[in-house]
Design a protein around this ligand. Structure first.
Ligand SMILES: [Zn+2]
Length: 62
């Protein structure tokens, strides 16, 4: 089978059908992709409502 590694763009034209790290050329490339995926997952914004507009009315009491 033919493999075009999405990480390093290397093309393997004669990879065996049971090529372990497919669709990557090698296990290190697979690990890099996994790391990229995890960092994407952690990039979700924690809160977009921290500008304090909700408490602005309370300032009139003090
Ligand atoms: Zn690769």
């Amino acid at each position: 089978m033919r493999i075009e590694c999405p990480i390093c763009k290397r093309v393997i034209v004669d990879a065996p059908d049971d090529h372990g790290p497919r669709p990557f050329c090698s296990t290190p490339c697979k690990m890099i992709d996994l790391g990229n995926w995890l960092s994407e997952a952690y990039r979700i914004p924690v809160s977009s409502r921290e500008d304090g507009t909700e408490d602005s009315d309370d300032h009139t009491l003090s």
